[in-house]
Design a protein around this ligand. Structure first.
Ligand code: HEM
Length: 330
């Protein structure tokens, strides 16, 4: 059911985009109004999420670790697995964000003959996720050529690295092949593996289909149907400089691509894709695990009238002495 809903939602977005690009009267709406609205939803939505996360109380260090915590000097602590300094936290976070280190340790459980539950290594998800995220980042940065004038040198550099594989014209970008292969793997894994299908929700399918729609429409535009890049740049520059213009040319497929982009960023703050920002604000990752080195007091503890052992001993000192019981303080 979720799968069908997500598929229908994606196809409706594609059809709307194509229609918006085909009808002259709707081009301004689809090329200018909707992109601005989507960016506004994205910014406000992300700001609300980030504010929500920063306001969540974190009175204790709840770092997730898989290493020895820093305690006594003669016990060797794991500075990366259980970071107890800010540098350790930064190093672990960097490895997590750039290389998905925790996903590298992903395992799979299978019921084999017997029946016997077996656990094994599973590196394909890590590889697929890494391939997808890195190629997405590369493509995203390469797209800056539409939004910046002059085009920064690093974008031109990325284009030549990405296109090293040139076969004819237009130059074939390796990241286009990688993103399509990675997205196909991630989608097939979700559709064909019954365990994953069982836990998949609408949001899982929808995000995946939007990304697929975005990548496929982009690839079609570049290698098969062609689009007037000069006009696209005119439109993009108009949008970023807040003086929007609507050139007559861009093909309907371009509008489909643009609407997929708008749908993706407007949906992002409300979907699981928000992990993009969430990882940095996750208290299980961004805090040093120094619970045994430092005493952390809950800042909201209400003052409590306590009766210490010392006070109790003083109160009953004569009775304790009379009974011959040992005293802590003579
Ligand atoms: C993060 C969001 C986006 C993704 C993942 C994406 C993805 C892609 C991909 C995979 C291609 C194939 C060629 C290439 O890799 O350059 C492409 C082409 C294209 N994209 Fe995007 N795109 C995004 C956003 C946008 C936006 C906002 C625009 C609006 C200006 C746009 C305009 C284009 C155009 C005009 C092409 C054809 C380029 C050519 O013919 O060389 N894309 N896109």
């Amino acid at each position: 059911m979720y799968l069908i809903l997500a598929l229908v939602g994606t196809l409706v977005i594609a059809a709307l985009g194509y229609m918006g690009g085909s009808l002259t009267g709707l081009r301004m709406l689809f090329g200018v109004v909707i992109p601005y609205a989507a960016i506004a939803i994205f910014l406000v939505g992300m700001a609300c999420r980030v504010i929500g996360w920063t306001l969540a109380p974190v009175p204790f260090r709840i770092t997730t670790t898989c290493g020895q915590q820093k305690s006594l000097p003669w016990i060797k602590a794991g500075w990366l697995e259980s970071p107890y300094t800010t540098l350790g936290v930064i190093a672990r976070m960097a490895l997590e964000v750039l290389l998905f280190r925790s996903l590298f340790r992903n395992t799979k459980a299978e019921l084999r003959q017997g029946p016997k539950l077996t656990f094994g290594e599973s590196k394909f998800l890590w590889l697929g996720a890494l391939a997808f995220h890195w190629s997405f980042l590369f493509i995203f940065l390469r797209h800056l050529r539409f939004f910046m004038d002059p085009v920064p040198a690093f974008v031109a550099g990325m284009e030549s690295v990405d296109g090293f594989f040139q076969i004819g014209a237009p130059v074939l970008y390796v990241t286009d092949l990688v993103i399509l292969a990675a997205l196909a793997y991630l989608a097939l894994r979700r559709l064909l593996d019954s365990q994953i299908r069982y836990i998949s929700l609408f949001t899982d399918y929808f995000a995946l289909f939007l990304l697929l729609g975005l990548a496929v429409s982009g690839v079609l535009m570049r290698y098969f149907t062609r689009v007037n890049i000069v006009e696209v740049k005119q439109l993009a520059m108009g949008l970023v400089t807040f003086s929007p213009v609507m050139p007559p040319g861009p093909a309907p497929l371009f509008f489909m691509h643009l609407i997929f982009f708008c749908a993706l960023i407007a949906y992002l703050p409300f979907s699981k894709l928000v992990h993009m920002g969430g990882v940095f604000l996750s208290p299980t990752r961004n805090l040093a695990n120094n619970n045994r080195m430092k005493r952390h007091m809950n800042p909201w503890n209400a003052p409590v009238a306590v009766h210490t052992y010392q006070e109790w001993e003083d109160e009953f000192r004569d009775k304790l002495t009379a009974c011959g019981l040992p005293l802590e303080r003579q």
